[in-house]
Design a protein around this ligand. Structure first.
Ligand code: GLC
Length: 723
């Protein structure tokens, strides 16, 4: 329901002023901050007038308390009705204190820390003048060729939904009006951007509405149920229509069915790109389709400002559609308190104290520790002994490029580098000798020989390898997801020495680990661990922390296996041990069906044993749930954290059902010898799914449940759902 202030303002606005409120521009259009902004999309001549700029409703990609204060003051001077500017930016996993990329945070399975990271990001951004963040990105991902998997928390709708909620809580807090150190969140990209064909950026998406609802929509809905203020459209088509002009998706589902009354913003140029998609003859038709779909803000293209006034005057667009969009934008400005305090949280002094503070970096370090995943540790090579002689070799041995793609305010120069951190963590700095070995994508004989010399003198070799941040993120799809050949050559050369070899990976996607996994005795996935990444990895390598991360996205055997994900269907000719030699079976001739490393997988420096799976009953009803319990024991010599995972399988559905679905998990910290009884409640709502008629309900019948350390190695039980 629009507020009185918004309604009163609306009555005073001219049609031109209303339409200008729907325009969002990047920094270069505002003289005060011309060179201080972040450009995150294609720039072209827009045909924007000064009047459009002074009447624009929001700006993206700027920050800096003094910058934003100056911009807002100038904007208000030029605004006939004193309407403040909304300042939006991509604060995806940190502002200046950069946290691990969301795909890494997804491997932490730690909602509290995820929320804490968003709260800190919001605080740093708010004192720097930002009002809205274009996050969380909750696109479900199953194709690591796509560069933006780094921005998602992974392949599971349930886990993604929990993270979506945690991020929204952290960004927005409980009351945006009173909490000036929070920002409004904008969940993206609605919808199903992660299903781009071939993992190729901006490529076609096509899926059934049932799949859309079962897998791709839950995390967006979770963000909105948590109170997320904004939604961003995705670039892709959904059922043949680009999201930004898709009335069924935006009007019928988002606004009518879900009751979303917040602001819907297009992604960068996504409205005008309906022309390239081939569903709009020109800007006019693009504007028409988008406003009818209920898109309130047009980011960085001029279709609205160039054509909506005339479309209204010609009676082809009802001015009421413009009014509702303007009201939603004014409402958000009011909710943020911008009419009373146009500068909101912008505060140069607070900015100087809070941003990139030691306290914030400490949280970043803890989250980077929790987000790293130990993928292999033959013979207990790790943790290192501080007295060991270590050769640290590779392009990430002394690199600050560990922040990831969406870290535009982060400082690579200030990032904690692995080499320095290891020298500080070892008994004496000289125990750790650093050698480049190769570049990200090139290698020289001189570099290799220097590395070999260091390796020969060491007890243990650590190779720090990975992708440059340019090889990941938006616009960075890769058809070959192995490490670059130069780095594989370095692995080959160093492996010839026959010394204990651990490899640490800094990357933004599950990789094809050919040339890495078999060659390493130990393998630690650090992702892009953020501002404190090197320190966190050193903590793990020297055992100051025990790895606890669990994969939230599968690692394929090879790119040819993609898409490969844990919650797959059985097919009519499933591969099994009994059928593996048969020809006419769903399998490959050259690789297994299962991924190299499954969803939920991760090792610890200690070990955990699972006792018998005990069910309270062999059946449940809607009124009487059952419980499933298992005793977990730390059977190793170090304290460690286990993530006990619960999966369910519906044996027979009205539509085919996945082999497993994550339905719960518990993180439990156990000292050596300590046990814990982990109990899950299995109730009827957990068993509901979308039927072919899109009804969401459960069916009576047989189910299996699995409790274990990952989606592959889990004890199985069975039960009936009876009416
Ligand atoms: C980019 C991204 C989107 C981002 C927006 C503004 O193209 O797709 O995630 O929020 O533009 O930078």
């Amino acid at each position: 329901m629009a507020s009185r202030l918004a309604k009163e303002l609306l009555t005073k606005m001219t049609l031109e002023e209303k339409v200008s409120q729907l325009l969002q521009l990047a920094a270069p259009f505002y003289d005060e901050i011309k060179d201080d902004g972040e450009i995150t999309g294609p720039m072209e001549e827009l045909g924007i007038t000064d009047a459009h700029v002074s009447g624009s409703g929001s700006v993206l990609g700027v920050s800096g308390a003094e910058n934003v204060i100056a911009l807002q003051n100038k904007h208000l001077e030029n605004s006939r009705l004193g309407i403040p500017l909304l300042v939006m930016a991509d604060i995806v996993h940190g502002f200046k204190t950069i946290f691990p990329i969301p795909l890494a945070i997804g491997c932490s399975w730690d909602m509290e820390l995820a929320e804490a990271s968003a709260e800190i990001a919001a605080k740093e951004a708010a004192v720097s003048g930002v009002h809205v963040t274009f996050a969380p990105m909750v696109d479900l991902v199953r194709d690591p060729r796509w560069g933006r998997v780094m921005e998602s928390t992974g392949e599971d709708p349930y886990l993604n939904s929990l993270f979506a909620r945690a991020f929204v809580r952290g960004f927005q807090g409980q009351d945006l009006a009173s909490e000036k150190h929070r920002v409004a969140a904008c969940v993206k990209h609605f919808a199903a951007y992660g299903l781009a064909e071939g993992g190729r950026e901006y490529n076609t998406v096509d899926l059934s509405e049932r799949q859309l609802r079962e897998y791709y929509l839950p995390a967006y809905k979770a963000a909105l149920d948590e109170g997320c203020e904004m939604v961003m459209t995705s670039f892709n088509t959904v059922e043949g229509i680009p999201a930004s002009g898709n009335k069924k998706l935006m009007r019928d589902l988002l606004r009518e069915e879900w009751g979303f009354e917040g602001v819907l913003i297009s992604d960068w140029a996504a409205i005008k790109e309906m022309i390239a998609h081939g569903v709009a003859e020109g800007e006019e038709e693009a504007a028409l389709k988008a406003i009818e779909a209920g898109v309130d803000i047009e980011m960085m293209t001029p279709c609205y400002v160039h054509h909506l006034p005339q479309l209204v005057q010609e009676g082809r667009v009802d001015e009421a559609l413009i009014d509702e969009a303007v009201l939603r934008i004014l409402e958000l400005k009011e909710k943020l308190g911008l009419f009373e305090e146009p500068h909101r949280g912008a505060d140069p002094e607070a900015e100087a104290q809070l941003v990139f503070s030691a306290a914030h970096r400490e949280v970043a370090r803890e989250l980077a520790v929790k987000s790293s995943v130990l993928l292999k540790n033959e013979g207990g090579l790790l943790p290192l002994d501080p007295g060991q002689k270590v050769a640290l070799i590779g392009p990430f041995a002394a690199s600050g490029d560990i922040l990831g793609w969406w870290s535009w305010q982060g400082s690579k120069e200030k990032a904690a580098q692995l080499g320095t951190a290891m020298q500080q963590a070892s008994a004496q700095a000289s125990n750790v000798v650093i050698a480049q070995g190769c570049q990200i994508e090139s290698i020289s004989e001189a570099e290799v020989q220097e590395a070999e010399a260091a390796a020969k003198a060491a007890d243990v070799i650590i190779l720090a390898l990975g992708e440059s941040s340019e090889m990941s993120g938006e616009g960075a799809s890769r058809s070959d997801i192995r490490l670059p050949e130069a780095q594989l050559e370095l692995v080959r050369r160093i492996s010839l020495l026959g010394k204990p070899l651990a490899i640490v990976l800094f990357n933004g996607r599950p990789l094809d680990l050919h040339g890495v996994y078999d060659e390493a005795d130990a393998l630690l996935e650090a992702w892009y661990p953020g501002s404190e990444g090197g320190a966190a990895v050193a903590d793990l390598l020297y055992g100051k922390a025990n790895p606890s991360g669990r994969l939230s996205m599968s690692f394929p055997h090879t790119v040819g296996q993609i898409p490969v994900y844990y919650n797959h269907f059985n097919t009519g000719r499933p591969l099994s041990e009994a059928s593996s030699e048969e020809r006419y079976i769903s399998k490959y001739l050259d690789i297994p069906n299962e991924p190299l490393l499954p969803f939920g997988y991760g090792l610890s420096y200690t070990s955990f044993a699972y006792g018998e799976l005990v069910l309270s009953s062999d059946s449940l009803t809607a009124e009487n749930p059952l419980t499933a319990s298992v005793k977990v024991t730390n059977t190793g010599s170090l304290t460690g954290e286990e993530t006990v995972q619960l999966y369910v399988r519906d044996i027979t559905g009205e539509v085919v059902r996945p082999m497993k679905e994550l339905k719960g998990f518990r993180k439990v910290r156990l000292t050596p010898g300590e046990s814990a009884e982990i109990t899950f409640e299995i109730n009827e709502p957990l068993l509901r799914y979308y039927h072919s008629d899109l009804s969401y309900k459960s069916d009576p019948g047989r189910f299996e449940l699995f409790i274990g350390p990952n989606s592959r190695d889990a004890a199985k039980g069975s039960f009936q759902l009876v009416r």
